[in-house]
Design a binder for this molecule. Sequence first.
Ligand code: NAD
Length: 482
Amino acid sequence: MIPSICGNLINGEWILKGDVSESRNPCNVSEVIGKFHKATNEDVETALDAAQASLDGWAQSGLEQRKAILDFIGDELIERCDEIGAILAREEGKPFAEGRGETYRSGQFFQYYAAECLRQMGESTPSTRPGVDVVVTREPVGVVAIITPWNFPIAVGAWKIAPALAYGNAIVLKPAEVTSISAWILADIINRSGLPAGVFNMVMGSGRVIGETLSSSPKIDAISFTGSVPVGRGIARNAVENMARVQLEMGSKNALVVLNDADLDIAVNCAVSGAFFGTGQKCTASSRLIVEEGIHDEFVKRLITATEALVVGDSMDPKTQIGSVVSERQLSQNLSYIQKGIDEGATLAIGGQKLDLGNDGYFMSPAVFVDTTSDMTINREEIFGPITAVIKVKDYDEALAVSNDTEFGLTSGIVTNSLRNSIHFQKNSKSGCVMVNLATAGTDYHVPFGGRKSSSYGPREQGTYAKEFYTIVKTSYISAGK
Ligand code: NAD
């Protein structure tokens, strides 16, 4: 049950004070999803002190205790995925099926790391010195700040919080302000899981105020951030100042390459789902479609037909495939990129209009640009909306070069029946995740996730690779004495 005003979670208690903010449904702005207290900088300090005080106890807690707590959180997320998925969808604007899916997947992250609690192994080896053994063990990093974006308000928190807890760390979470109620639901479940007070704390509010205080605090040992590149850069600077460990997952400009020998059904499905599902507000979205000239015209024709058929609407309408844009600011930014594309000479083949669906939601029609070149702004900057651009290329070599011609490197994809080109692309694409005959969006939870260049900084997230960030290695040399 969501309270009339959601509080911040500090040392196991809900702190019900501070300015009150509202979270509204971007599909229907007059609907208030919930209200929450904005944390102050003092709250951040108190939360950090609580995390610090709880750290040793949690770091020494039994592995079965940790497993049971993570299972509790994961099981509840999965059991309540319909109810929570609906709130998430109404708060973020994505269709209910996507909100439900995100909640379910978040539960799987907790269940996966629950199992990982019992798979924590060290290494031992003889020393180069006779009579000495070397033991390599992992310990928690300490107090971890976690700062998350609005586009996956529960899942991004889940894939950071679950490993942080599994490996014995204490946490202060600062979720994105526009999706505070979804974050509160996750915090509420964590708070009822049996976790000792202070191990998990959550402060809600503005990034520029409390996010900055959190990331610049000398009380944190590590910070895991997902969000935009400019904010990530500032967080990295703050972390270095305090010698805190840092992990950043940021923006993208993911390319889907379509070669002449592609199966057109697969190519169009990958392009449409990759570019537009989640309203294009996925860090893994296909915002560039790089198409070989022999298949270009037919691909574009079918892409336009498929885009035209997409149903834009309210997140809770079962017919809806594309929900609203998250906010008025994001919508006006998207529309300004549409204008920029036109001004720079691209052809707007379809969409790109603000839609009036009879309420005050932030809807726009999914947009496809054609006749674009790699140097246009729409192909260089992350838009983070339902807008994609087709770039025609003469052959595979040019397709690869154009797909790598970006400051980003999160995901990339290729649709082809050529084994040679798919293997070459998999080896030479400068991205963190490569998809062959699959959309650029859509990843698993048991394997590493992350990118290159401006998309990511620091160790990988997810799967067993998460332990590189959430643990610190200790090398011990042990002699039995005389
Ligand atoms: P954002 O950078 O504006 O905000 C992210 C978080 O940082 C929010 O919680 C925000 O309040 C906080 N923040 C803002 N200013 C801060 C500051 N000065 N100090 C500390 N914290 C601050 O990003 P957003 O608009 O919420 O999310 C969209 C971005 O997230 C896109 O660029 C998208 O690509 C990226 N993203 C990346 C991934 C990935 O895994 N690579 C996943 C999801 C989203």
